[in-house]
Design a protein around this ligand. Structure first.
Ligand code: NAD
Length: 304
């Protein structure tokens, strides 16, 4: 059977992931509900199908989704026009969206009841990781489904992990992003303190990159401009990974923690800081723009 991939949700992450699949020689068609996103996908020479019904034919062998939230995944898979009732039995479903564990399990169970294999496979590494195909991909699902998906996941990512049963991919991702949200605030605080102490920020950044205070926000994705080329902080905080998405992930972490009576005070504090930032109208900025809130008037650059 000829491999035919249907990719749904080609925003900041989905578009470069789909491009990498295309570049590797895969037959791939894409769909998105946003007209603006569709135009961008067309500019990247992706084969856009403008109607979901025309995308999901019996010939499709894999569906990959990269959607914002659990409600979007639920609508696409199980909604009125849900794709679970449309794909053939041997089609593999890969949901790369970061969503709540329960929704992931619910969709997977419905797929299994229909005899269809499904994995949750959220990713980390940001837009740059998606572009360079160096994503970390964390998979939840059966070993069979994991192995079936592995060749495609290796085209989009560098480190592919089988975290456990269905939903474990999202569980791992939620834990990862709770750390990331806290670390971005921590990096911003350290750089702000350096600035207040009148120490050259570039020097402090270089020192931290090599010393024990290093973190992903310091070494790869610094929250201030002028430190590493190609980051959202050098592009007026255009996402990247939006503050709204980080707020969503910290909320997921907080709900997960409550569900198992885990105490996560720093995770909750980070959620509070991002929630307020988003409420003030910053949800579409990159999440590293949180440095402006942390820095206050220490900074002399605009973020609007
Ligand atoms: P995005 O908003 O840029 O893209 C999501 C796309 O899904 C949008 O283009 C939107 O129009 C589309 N969409 C929404 N509902 C749809 C539907 N019913 N049918 C078809 N298309 C639909 O978001 P993103 O930054 O690409 O993030 C996608 C997912 O990846 C999120 O769950 C996010 O948490 C996760 N993630 C993002 C990053 C990052 O750096 N941006 C990194 C890791 C993980």
């Amino acid at each position: 059977m000829i491999e035919q991939i249907a990719f749904i949700g080609v925003g900041n992450m989905g578009c470069p992931m789909a491009e990498n699949l295309k570049k590797s020689g895969k037959k791939i068609k894409v769909f998105d509900i946003s007209k603006k996103t569709i135009e961008l996908a067309k500019e990247k020479n992706l084969d856009v199908i403008e109607n979901l019904n025309d995308l999901i034919t019996k010939e499709v062998t894999t569906v990959i989704t990269m959607l914002p939230e659990g409600k979007n995944s639920k609508e696409v898979f199980l909604g009125e026009n849900g794709i679970i009732n449309k794909v053939s039995k041997n089609c593999l479903l890969i949901d790369c969206s970061t969503i709540d564990i329960q929704t992931s399990i619910e969709i997977g169970k419905k797929a299994t009841e229909s005899g269809i294999k499904m994995i949750d496979a959220p990713v980390s590494g940001g837009v740059m990781g998606a572009q360079k195909a160096t994503l970390n991909i964390m998979v939840g699902g059966t070993k069979d489904a994991f192995e079936l998906a592995l060749p495609l996941l290796k085209i989009m990512g560098k480190n592919i992990f089988h975290a456990g049963d269905l939903g474990s991919g999202n569980g791992a991702k939620i834990c990862n992003n709770m750390s990331l949200g806290i670390a971005m605030i921590a990096a911003s605080e350290s750089l702000m303190l350096a600035k207040r102490l009148n120490i050259d920020i570039k020097k402090v950044h270089e020192i931290m990159k090599n010393a024990s205070g290093n973190s992903w926000p310091i070494s790869v994705y610094p929250p201030l401009p002028g430190l590493i080329e190609g980051t959202p902080s050098n592009n007026n905080y255009r996402p990247g990974f939006s503050a709204g998405m980080m707020n969503k992930d910290l909320k997921l972490a907080s709900e997960c923690a409550e569900s198992v009576s885990a105490d996560t005070p720093l995770g909750k504090m980070a959620l509070e800081i991002y929630r307020k930032f988003c409420e003030e109208g910053n949800d579409t900025k990159d999440f590293s723009a949180i440095s402006k809130v942390i820095g206050g008037d220490a900074w002399d650059y605009p973020i609007d």
